[in-house]
Design a binder for this molecule. Structure first.
Ligand code: NAP
Length: 315
């Protein structure tokens, strides 16, 4: 278990997300090291746990993944071990385990010989879309959580983890995680963006808003660029400009500006902005975007029950 040099973080499934999350953690550790080396450190006080990850074990089933992981993360110079087809060994050596395989793969991994023993007393963080904490716990412990069993935590990050701009939702646990466990999970996911904690009943809506959200916003961004291209702007510039405008807008909102006030502020009487806004309202864009989130929420709830290819709220 944990020793003074820091914790061992093991990732089961070193694909896109596994690498992005390990990369975010390593980058954050490297940044805080640099801050500590500043002559008069202006490092912000944070809510870091007492112990942070310091060693990493990346497990996968393909030998090629070892090279990919080393290429992506080797330059951070943290102790990094890669294992192929050896999830149990990686889990034995871990303090905290990130489950990052495909959703349908968790039973193969967690059902392997020796895995339940290897997991004893540890924290297992699952980012599997559509797989509930209860499904994992019921699979591991069909007779109920034993004394000293592992704690399972569900977190939903999104694809922007890659650029450390994820919106990750940490599902609240019952009974609650210890203070240190909660701080550790929050710290890990803060290293790839922002976090919020919400109860299990909110996870389908979170999957829709945060998981599907990048696709929704990408469509809006692309449509805005299309309009500018139609009016003569070059495609590459139009796309970059649309993306920067979206980023600037989100920056203002995250800085405390209310979206409705922001909209009113830039709508000069008789001006071009109010003209464009009214076209959007005529097209019921607002209602349709909200409906898209509701539809995705309903479909997400069905996926959690193993039902695929369904419609949600729409007929
Ligand atoms: N991508 C996203 O934006 C996103 C957002 C939120 C949540 N998630 C969730 O995150 C998880 C990972 O997604 P991803 O996009 O990173 O998928 P991915 O790139 O396919 O990564 C999954 C990795 O797990 C490996 N794997 C499969 N079976 C394994 C086993 N038995 N032991 C060890 N490794 C195994 C895969 O190897 P092979 O390639 O050989 O199969 C692959 O390298 C999924 O459950 C997904 O629902 C993803």
């Amino acid at each position: 278990m944990a020793e003074s040099q820091g914790l061992t973080l093991t990732v089961l499934g070193s694909g896109t997300m596994g690498i992005a999350i390990m990369g975010g953690v390593m980058a954050t550790l490297a940044e805080s090291r640099m801050r500590e080396n500043l002559p008069s450190s202006s490092a912000p006080k944070d809510t870091a746990p007492e112990q942070l990850p310091a060693k990493f074990i990346a497990c996968d089933m393909r030998i090629e993944a070892e090279e990919t992981v080393k290429k992506a993360l080797g330059h951070y110079n943290f102790p990094l071990t890669t294992l192929t087809n050896n999830n149990t060994e990686g889990t034995k050596k871990a303090d905290i385990i990130l489950l990052a395989c495909k959703p349908q793969g968790f039973k193969d991994i967690l059902g392997a010989e020796g895995m339940r023993d290897a997991l004893k007393g540890k924290l297992l963080v699952s980012i599997l879309a559509g797989v509930t904490q209860k499904q994992i716990e019921d699979f591991l412990y069909p007779d109920g959580l034993p004394e000293g069993g592992c704690r399972v935590v569900r977190v939903m990050p999104n694809t922007a983890s890659f650029v450390r701009e994820s919106m990750s939702v940490i599902q609240t646990s019952t009974p609650p995680l210890s203070d240190q466990q909660h701080k550790l999970v929050t710290w890990i996911f803060n290293s790839i963006g922002r976090t919020v904690s919400l109860p299990p009943a909110s996870m389908d809506a979170c999957t829709a808003l945060c998981g599907s959200g990048p696709a929704f916003f990408a469509l809006m961004l692309e449509a805005a660029a299309d309009g500018a291209v139609a009016m003569g702007l070059p495609r590459a510039e139009a796309q970059m400009m649309a993306a920067q405008v979206m980023r600037g807008t989100t920056g203002l909102v995250l800085n405390g500006e209310h979206p409705a006030i922001l909209k009113d502020k830039v709508s000069t009487p008789g001006g071009c902005t109010i003209g464009g806004l009214l076209v959007l309202e005529e097209g019921t864009v607002r209602g349709n975007i909200a409906k898209a989130v509701r539809e995705a929420t309903v479909v997400a709830s069905q996926l959690g029950q193993g039902v695929q290819n369904v419609n949600g709220t729409r007929r």
